[in-house]
Structure formats: structure tokens, C-alpha cells
Write a protein that binds this ligand. Structure first.
Ligand SMILES: Cc1ncc(COP(=O)(O)O)c(C=O)c1O
Length: 445
């Protein structure tokens, strides 16, 4: 029986929900990355490293809340903090102590954070960081790098693919303030030479798409120097890497101090939330001017900023992950997973590789066979192969075959948590080998 037919047979409840969803949700989904043909799985419950769908199938989960769940699903201290807060109130429409505690934890962990402003998402955080930079420098343009992802607002919607033409729904006028170049120091310098109106440079701290495309060694230090020379602000987007690569993110590991940092995901312990953190003098653009002063402030409302539930979960999560042991455990598990999966590719002689940084992994099928199995950093591998990624049909079939065997990847990769087990990794490697063989038998590999 074909992989797709097995999938359809195993997931009748998800198929029914997807039919229903199509009537009220465009393409039946609520996040582009959840779209999957013939239909996605519909989850009903989750605990630890696993989740269950509406048909009762269990999965080892590597989506992990799109990277928000370093501690897995329902980690006791986080869940208890949220439940306690739920009973006390979900929205006071007033200042509250937990938002101060939450900001104090961010300042304690993130080296460049002096002051914090909470938002409801990472997208809002990058929007606010760019606005602060414009206000502080008086320069309207920003520099971003090809394929670096910073959410979905107008200023960051374009990746290299769209350079020169605005993405659907984004005004051309907006794009006049957006400069995009390859992630090299030479390109960044040339862009800043030609556009003195660039007041902000925004970069994904570990490389494009959560670190799946590398940035050159020394790039962040070079950008720091370049922006200082040009009087522009450096915004390090640590929405994914923050609290995951290390308690203080990539900036702690690399010893680079950006002017502003954007955070989300792990920040809020699995609840919605984001933040901009950084230099006091820049962040003070949000402050109300002293009586009689004429300075204009950057406005920032937001109904769910520092929502009490997110604050409670965020404080509990950040306190739990502060010593770095959860990051270490998740990283070790991801390395084991990458090595095991590469072993299966070698055993089967299927071209492709699994690579990654910290506790994330990404699969590229096709291209070339690995000379030997092991673990790979993106800088070890040919960039054109990483950029090409896995052909669509192979990607879809392998994902379906894995789901049939109880493994849920986040597209062509995923992230481990600190509560995944060695057993989860062994089950996943076995399912991966069987899925590859099956996809090859269908002519997809
Ligand atoms: C690096 C990066 N920045 C910003 C965002 C946007 O965050 P959110 O999805 O919370 O809006 C994401 C989302 O995945 C991201 O990976």
C-alpha cells in the first residue's frame, strides 16, 4: 500500500476535521508551515516529548511548539505556575508584579539586555525593534539578509526570492526602506556604502531559518564593528536561539553585544509572548518624556503585552532553564539524533544528510551521499545543497511515512527538548530508516 494511502487509512479523524476546516479556514490551516498534503494531523493532547492526535495515534514530537518548548509539553513547574495564575486572573488590564519578575529574568540571562518591552509575538518584537532603531537613529531604512526570517510584518516579509519586487500585499513604498543582501560582510558593507539612510541591521543570530543556512565565522563581530562605524543599530533576532543555544542565547556564546535583541518562543514558556530587550538609551524611546520635555516617544499599546498567564509561565520557564543544563541535554539528544539519522542514510546509500546546530536538526535529501556518517554543522556542507533543500515530493512522502510511524517533524527538521528520551531518539532513527526505504521504493528518493 502506498505511503499516502496508509496515511489516509490511519488518520480518518484528521481527514474529517480537515474537510470541515476548509469551509472556514483558508487552505484549512492557521499557520503556513502546518499545511501538508493530503491533510495535516489534528492534535488533541500532548505531554513531555509526545503528542496524540484525534485518531489516538501517538507521535514523538519534534515541532515542539515551533521551538517554544525547550522543556517539552506540560513541564510541571511551568504548568503549575500557569494554572495558579489562571485561578487569579488572565488579564488585569493593569500593571502586575509578574511582568517585573519576567523582565528581571530576561535582564539576568541575556547579556545585552538592560531594559525590556514585552509584545505578544516575535513578529511584533522585530517590528518594534525596527521602529525603535528608526526613531533613535533618524534613519528610515533597514538592512536584512537573504532568507533571514523575522516574522511576517511588511518590513521583513521579503526574502531574497522577492528582492526588487514587493511580496503580495506589501506596498512598494515600504520596500523602498528595505535593503536585502547576502549574509557576508562585504555585501553588508557595500549595502551600507550605497544606502547611508540605513539605520538598522537585523540578523538571525545563528544564520537564516533558525540557523539552517550558515553565516560566516566572525560575521556577528564584523557586523557589530560595521554598524558601530556607521552609527546604525545592530538588532540580533534571537526569537529561536534565545534561551535555546544557551541561557543567554547566541550573544552569550559568541560574546557579541547587539544594541537590541528580539525574543519570543521559549521566553513565554509555551504561551504567546515576545520581547525587545537592549540598550537603555534606545529603549528609553518608549518612555514618557518628563513633564515639560518636548521629545516624542515611540508609542506601544498591545492588549496582551505581558499578559499574566504568559508572564507566569515565562518566569517559571526562564528560572528553570537558567543554569544551562536543559540546553545541554537537548543539544546532546539532537546530536545523537543527527548522527543516528546520518547512519541510516549511509546504511541505505541514499544521498542526503542531516545537520544542525544546538538542539535543532534539518534534513536535506538528494544531492550527494555522505562520505561517512557523523554529525554536521551547516558550515561543513556545500551551501548550494543547503539552499536547494529537499525536493517537494520526497519531503512530503518522508514526512507522511514518519507520521505513519509515530514521528512528527517540523517540515524537514525539528527541535529536541530536554525531556526527549534516548528511547525517543532510538524510535525516531528506526522510523527514519524505514521511512527512507519506503520512500525510495516509491521512487521519491
Ligand atoms: C528568527 C525568528 N524571528 C521572528 C519570528 C516570528 O515570531 P512569531 O512567530 O512569534 O511571530 C520567528 C518565528 O518563527 C523566527 O523564527
Amino acid at each position: 500500500m502506498s505511503i499516502e494511502q496508509q496515511y489516509v487509512d490511519r488518520h480518518p479523524g484528521s481527514a474529517r476535521l480537515y474537510d470541515r476546516a476548509g469551509a472556514v479556514l483558508p487552505s484549512g490551516v492557521t499557520h503556513d508551515s502546518r499545511f501538508l498534503r493530503p491533510f495535516p494531523v489534528y492534535a488533541r493532547a500532548a505531554s513531555g516529548s509526545r503528542k496524540t492526535d484525534v485518531d489516538g495515534n501517538e507521535y514523538v514530537d519534534y515541532v515542539m511548539g515551533h521551538g517554544a518548548l525547550l522543556l517539552g509539553h506540560g513541564y510541571p513547574t511551568v504548568q503549575e505556575a500557569a494554572a495558579r495564575q489562571m485561578a487569579l486572573g488572565t488579564h488585569y488590564g493593569a500593571s502586575h508584579e509578574l511582568e517585573i519578575e519576567w523582565a528581571e529574568e530576561v535582564v539576568r540571562l541575556v547579556p545585552s539586555a538592560e531594559v525590556v518591552r514585552f509584545t505578544s509575538s516575535g513578529t511584533e518584537a522585530t517590528l518594534m525593534a525596527l521602529r525603535l532603531a528608526r526613531s533613535f537613529t533618524g534613519r528610515p531604512a533597514l538592512l536584512k539578509f537573504e532568507r533571514h526570517f523575522h516574522g511576517w510584518h511588511d518590513y521583513v516579509a521579503a526574502s531574497s526570492k522577492y528582492a526588487g519586487a514587493a511580496p503580495a500585499g506589501v506596498p512598494e513604498a515600504t520596500m523602498e526602506t528595505v535593503v536585502i543582501c547576502p549574509p557576508t560582510l562585504e555585501a553588508a558593507r557595500a549595502a551600507m556604502d550605497s544606502r547611508p539612510d540605513i539605520g538598522a541591521v537585523i540578523v538571525e543570530a545563528a544564520g537564516a531559518s533558525s540557523g539552517t543556512l550558515p553565516i560566516p565565522g566572525g560575521f556577528l563581530h564584523g557586523l557589530r564593528k560595521l554598524t558601530e562605524e556607521r552609527g546604525a543599530l545592530l538588532i540580533m533576532d534571537e526569537v529561536v536561539t534565545g534561551f535555546r543555544w544557551a541561557p543567554g542565547g547566541v550573544q552569550e556564546l559568541e560574546g557579541v553585544r547587539p544594541d537590541l535583541t528580539t525574543l519570543a518562543k521559549i521566553l513565554a514558556g509555551g504561551f504567546p509572548g515576545g520581547a525587545v530587550a537592549g540598550r537603555r538609551d534606545v529603549m528609553e524611546r518608549l518612555a514618557f518624556p518628563a513633564p515639560g520635555a518636548t521629545a516624542e516617544k515611540v508609542g506601544h499599546p498591545g492588549t496582551f503585552n505581558a499578559n499574566p498567564l504568559s508572564s507566569a509561565a515565562g518566569v517559571a520557564c526562564l528560572r528553570t532553564i537558567a543554569d544551562g543544563s536543559h540546553q545541554d541535554r537537548a543539544r546532546d539528544l539532537a546530536a545523537k539524533l543527527r548522527t543516528g539519522m546520518n547512519g541510516e542514510l549511509c546504511r541505505l546509500g541514499i544521498p542526503g544528510f542531516v545537520y544542525g546546530q544546538a538542539s535543532e536538526f534539518r534534513v536535506v535529501l538528494g544531492g550527494q551521499a555522505l562520505p561517512e556518517h557523523g554529525d554536521y554543522h551547516p558550515r561543513d556542507l556545500p551551501l548550494p545543497l543547503l539552499e536547494a533543500g529537499t525536493p517537494r515530493r520526497a519531503s512530503q512522502l518522508v514526512q507522511l511515512a514518519l507520521l505513519n510511524r509515530g514521528v512528527h517533524f517540523f517540515g524537514d527538521g525539528g527541535m529536541t527538548s530536554s525531556v526527549h528520551t534516548d528511547g525517543d531518539i532510538a524510535d525516531t532513527v528506526a522510523a527514519w530508516g524505514e521511512s527512507l526505504a519506503e520512500a525510495r521504493d516509491e521512487g521519491a528518493l
